[in-house]
Design a protein around this ligand. Structure first.
Ligand code: KG4
Ligand code: ZN
Length: 335
């Protein structure tokens, strides 16, 4: 037996469906949209159209892979926001129709809470974080530090006042002429570069808040000035540029996370969101954890970037408390 939840994620450019039984994954299928590559970023209208094409096949494959019949599903959970409205609307409408057709409850999920709750998906070699813990959520649209008191209580103590960390990666990559999503490419080139090759200013923001737009502008000016003297500057220095820019982002993220840990006294630390896939960030966190006696929780790669398993997991916790949504539920672009 157990509780079967179908999760649907369509907040940005990944169409994903997952089926879990309690906290175990039976299927987690994601179709990533290639159509945006040539535009250097996600084009919202193209994203919603692609979601419309993908959603039914993706759910169908997830159902087949799970080995269960759709009549066995206890509830359907969907990402209500934040994200692109047109994209969210596809997942929301699908979920409503599915719930109506099968006469099962509908559960709305916050995308960022889902990223955090991905830590509670059963894994072979690691345990879920003990409450309360501190979570750094770093995605394409958000960077925030939260105290997680329970599966239902998230206390935000810091957030970005301008660009998100993922956005900083993507914009920096764009300045260097790298494809979208830039974080992955910066990660790759940085491995061969010297992180101290170029000095970049670190933001001075109060409390546990972040700011990345100043760093991006300094990086832009550095490259613009160097290009005047040498048109091949980027190609010659790509590894060092990526390593230095990446270091500035990671130093910034860690500075506030360390401060938040010291101020709250919390030493159970987790990260979540697309940027948590970054190799150097993961290594740096492990180093800090040894130094500061943190119990660290880093998600496996498959749960870092957008996926529906995390949505199903978040839905499961709401199911236990019967926190169901109405057919009138509408998506939200921002929190
Ligand atoms: O959580 P996510 O998949 O989608 C949102 O909710 O936004 O995060 C996407 C972000 C993008 O900005 C992407 O560049 C970044 O995560 N990202 C990375 C890496 N993989 C994905 N950033 C740095 N290093 C990576 N390896
Ligand atoms: Zn995300």
């Amino acid at each position: 037996m157990g509780i079967f939840i179908l999760g649907i994620e369509t907040s940005c450019d990944d169409t994903s469906a997952a089926i879990i039984r309690d906290n175990k994954i039976l299927a987690n299928i994601t179709s990533s949209q290639e159509v945006h590559k040539r535009y250097g970023g996600v084009v919202p209208e193209l994203a919603s159209r692609a979601h419309q094409q993908n959603i039914i096949p993706v759910v169908d494959v997830a159902l087949k892979e799970s080995g269960i019949a759709k009549e066995q599903i206890n509830a359907i959970a969907f990402t209500r926001g934040p994200g692109l409205l047109g994209s969210l609307l596809v997942g929301t409408s699908f979920a409503k129709a599915f719930a109506l057709g099968l006469n099962i409850p509908l559960i709305e999920v916050d995308h960022l809470q889902a990223h955090i709750l991905s830590h509670f998906i059963a894994q072979d070699n690691s345990e879920a974080p003990a409450m309360p813990f501190l979570c750094l959520t770093v995605s394409g649209g958000h960077s925030q530090i939260e105290i997680v008191n329970s599966h239902y209580s998230f206390e935000k103590i810091g957030q970005t006042i301008d660009d998100a960390a993922g956005e900083a990666f993507d914009k920096g990559a764009k300045i260097m002429g790298l494809p979208y999503p830039g974080g992955v490419y910066i990660d790759k080139y940085a491995k061969k570069g010297d992180p101290n090759a170029f000095k970049l200013p670190l933001p001075k923001v109060k409390g546990f808040d972040y700011s990345f737009s100043g760093l991006k502008t300094s990086f832009l000016y550095l490259i613009r000035d160097k290009l005047k003297a040498d048109a091949a500057f980027i190609e010659k220095n790509i590894n060092n540029l990526c390593a230095s820019y990446q270091k500035a982002i990671i130093d910034t993220l860690l500075d506030k996370l360390v401060k938040a840990s010291e101020a709250s006294g919390l030493k159970t630390i987790a990260i979540a969101g697309g940027v948590s896939a970054n190799t150097a960030l993961r290594e740096r966190l492990k180093k800090e954890a040894r130094k500061r006696d943190w119990t660290l929780h880093i998600p496996p790669f498959e749960f870092c970037t957008d996926n529906a398993a995390m949505v199903a997991m978040a839905g499961y916790f709401k199911y236990l408390r019967k926190e169901f949504a109405s057919q009138k539920s509408v998506p939200y672009a921002r929190r």
